[in-house]
Design a binder for this molecule. Structure first.
Ligand code: S3P
Length: 430
């Protein structure tokens, strides 16, 4: 599917974005492990989270809905009620589905095989299968258990202390979920703090989880008690609208009920440092997560340098941040972000290749990007590379460019932001 963008028009109005992808995955997984009914409001009905629902159903979890209000209910009967799947589990394009489920499968006493689409079958899984094997799971796959399809014989796990070489919430979450099903205590240390939705939701479901610095601990054998979950709007989806409003003259957009968890709000901090006019207000808590309204108005931006502990706080927003950098004065530099190479596409390469088509002066760095901003953008014919965030970032570039932009392969947007083009259209004023 091609998406056509004809700029420039200001963006004005108030919107909500679909539910947070990370939190939606966790809500159904913890709901399936818990005892009782977990009623989920604003669950993200995107392809990735639906892959998680399908995998959990194949493991024997039962669901009702979505009802006419969009509520999805998981009928949990505890981890012990999950059973050996009859067929291969398919995580589709979703790294979160595969990595977090591996943590659960490692702790369950049966055989399973999990695979995904061509992109996911190229992504590194050893970061999860390595430590899970050390805990006692038997996991086999290509490249010594690095690439899916992966075959898991789970069962008796022993908790352990693990230091992860990467700041990855998927690694941390897989080990915490395995730790919940293991004997004794599991602790995971990471080089910088990654998103903490798993820890928050485990606590919300009644489990004790402790964090000191960048080390998180859980003791096995705790039972989870089902509770209703309202999923906040996804800040990673809101980021496309935030950057669009910041760079398109005349814009003023309010995005309601967005998750503003401090492990996820790096994009707000960096856009503010770049000179963006952003207000965060109506801050409140929902199902253990902070939520707020975000108002963004057009303003002049300047380039900044983004490195270190900030990177995991905005890792998924770097493609659209590069677009903001292209439209800013001066230079935007992103470093310490080599993880971008192993996302749904190699995002260092795909961002650079696609933004060059708009006339942007952008260089690939071994661990990031360098963007020299300030040149006017000209509309381009772009490829999504099957990567939802590349498709949406290039849409934002197209909104600020002169002439027409076409995004080829834009159907992948459905992975995280169903209704993206409709929401954009509702904000654009003539
Ligand atoms: C996610 C963690 C991040 C992020 C991904 C979702 C999660 O990946 O990029 O989109 O839900 O835990 P890593 O854990 O690989 O950094």
């Amino acid at each position: 599917m091609d998406l056509e963008i004809t700029p420039p028009r200001a963006l004005k109005g108030e919107v909500r974005v679909p539910g947070d992808k990370s939190i939606s995955h966790r809500a159904v997984m913890l709901g399936a492990l818990a005892e009782g009914d977990t009623c989920i409001e604003n669950f993200l009905m995107g392809a990735d989270c639906l892959a998680t629902v399908r995998c959990l159903s194949a493991l024997g979890a039962s669901f009702t809905g979505p009802d006419d209000q969009g509520r999805l209910t998981v009928h949990g009967r505890g981890a012990g009620a999950l059973r050996e799947p009859e067929d291969v589990l398919d995580a589709g394009n979703s790294g979160t589905t595969m990595r977090l489920l591996l943590g659960i499968l490692a702790g369950l006493p049966f055989f399973s095989v999990i695979t995904g689409d061509a992109s996911l079958r190229r992504r590194p899984m050893k970061r999860v299968t390595g430590p899970l094997s050390m805990m006692g799971a038997d996991i086999r796959g290509r490249q010594e258990g690095n690439l899916a399809p992966l075959a898991v014989r789970g069962g008796t796990l022993q908790g352990m202390e693990y230091t992860s070489p990467v700041a990855s919430a998927q690694v941390k979450s897989a080990l915490l979920l395995a730790g919940l099903l293991a004997a004794g205590r599991t602790s995971v240390s990471e080089p910088a703090l990654s998103r903490d939705h798993t820890e928050r939701m485990l606590q919300y479901f009644g489990a004790a989880v402790h964090r000191t610095g960048c080390t998180t601990r859980i003791t096995g054998g705790q039972t989870l008690q089902a509770r209703p979950v309202t999923v906040p709007g996804d800040i990673s989806s809101a980021a496309f609208l935030m950057v669009a409003a910041a760079v398109v003259p005349g814009s003023a957009v309010t995005i309601r009920e967005v998750g503003v968890n401090p492990t996820r709000d790096g994009i707000v901090q960096v856009l503010k440092e770049m000179g963006a006019d952003i207000e965060i207000f109506n801050i409140h808590e929902q199902s253990g997560e902070p939520v707020a309204d975000i108002r963004v108005r057009h303003s002049r931006l300047r380039g900044v340098t983004v490195t270190g502990a900030l990177i995991p706080r905005l890792i998924d927003e770097i493609p659209v941040l590069a677009v903001a950098g292209a439209l800013a004065e001066g230079e935007l530099v992103v470093r310490d972000a080599a993880e971008l190479k192993v996302k749904e596409s190699n995002r260092i390469a795909t961002v650079a290749v696609e933004l060059k088509k708009f006339g942007v002066d952008i260089q690939e760095l071994p661990d990031g990007l360098q963007v020299r901003g300030g040149r006017p953008l000209t509309g381009a014919r772009c490829a999504s590379h099957g990567d939802h965030r590349i498709a949406m970032a290039m849409t934002v570039a197209g909104m600020a460019a002169r002439g027409k932009t076409v995004i080829q392969g834009a159907e992948c947007v459905d992975v995280s932001f169903p209704g993206f083009d409709g929401i954009l259209a509702s904000l654009r004023v003539e």
